[in-house]
Design a protein around this ligand. Structure first.
Ligand code: SAM
Length: 269
């Protein structure tokens, strides 16, 4: 039963509300909100995590799309000056507008699973104003985010997120912690944007294209998957065996290949 029986969970908004007090407490302890933090919660829903975040004394901005939840949230937290509700779509939200001076935002959310990947990329575009992010996601997605070369779940998503952030898979959460229960397991992940990129690419868009092509057919060798972009000799010149499969190449290797491709393109332009 929902804590707010007047609200029926909506599938199209990816609504799976957390009700397990132990899990909520563990999430708050992982985030460790501090009084001077500027927190942002995406999709506060009926406020399951929101109360614990506000208990720290921090400033909290929340972004919620479902109109029916706005009065519930304002009824619970609207009396606090340090609580601000933004009514709208987090995918279109300009997070930079919340930043005052040189502060950085700490972003949190039990994300609607249907938009979690585009939302992470939307946030990564604004990562210069983000200190860290804690998200509840499908466990499968967290495994992909955290996987490194040679691991089962390694691929495009993990490479592009690890380009921007340090990724930590914190803990798993079973379906029973939510109402309604999702069909899949979930997990909490921490993403910390790098202050300095460990493997900077000359052109991130070229890196994206190269990684996308490389993993289009993950069982094939680089010689095959990259043949429209780089020759076997060019791959080899970057210290990578063209007979390797993409899942064996680490982020540093992909960045070297992307930088070679970027140089080749600008030379022929
Ligand atoms: N935080 C609550 C909890 O843990 O119980 C709710 C989590 S529920 C998985 C996802 C929340 O995100 C819902 O409240 C939903 O209405 C909201 N939501 C869905 N799409 C959204 C969007 N594009 N922008 C902002 N909020 C969104």
């Amino acid at each position: 039963m929902s804590q707010f029986p007047q609200h029926k969970a909506r599938k199209r908004f990816g609504q799976n509300f957390l009700h397990d007090a132990g899990v909520i407490d563990r999430i708050i302890r992982s985030i460790r909100p501090r009084e001077n933090d500027h927190l942002v919660e995406i999709g506060p829903g009926q406020g399951a995590i929101t109360s614990g975040l506000l208990a720290s004394g921090a400033q909290l901005d929340v972004v919620e799309l479902d109109k029916d939840l706005h009065p519930i949230l304002m009824g619970q937290f609207g009396f606090l000056d340090r609580f601000r509700l933004h009514k709208g779509d987090a995918l279109k939200f300009d997070f930079r507008q919340l930043v005052a001076g040189d502060e950085k935002l700490r972003v949190v959310g039990n994300l609607p699973y249907n938009i979690s990947t585009p939302l992470m990329f939307h946030l990564l575009e604004q990562s210069d104003c983000i200190e860290d992010m804690h998200f509840m996601l499908q466990k499968e997605v967290v495994l992909r985010l955290a996987a490194t070369a040679g691991m089962n779940h390694y691929g495009r998503l993990g490479i592009m997120v690890q380009y921007h952030c340090r990724v930590e898979h914190l803990f798993d959460v079973g379906p029973g912690a939510f109402n309604p229960a999702p069909k899949v397991d979930s997990a909490i992940v921490r993403l910390v944007p790098h202050a300095t990129l460990p493997h900077p690419a000359d052109d991130v868009e070229v890196l994206e294209i190269l990684v996308r092509d490389a993993f289009n057919q993950r069982r094939k060798t680089l010689r095959n998957t990259l043949k429209a972009l780089l020759s076997a000799e060019e791959i080899e010149a970057e210290g990578i065996d063209p007979g390797t499969r993409p899942e064996q190449v680490d982020l540093a290797g992909f960045v070297r290949l992307a930088n070679r491709l970027a140089r080749k393109r600008s030379a022929s332009a």
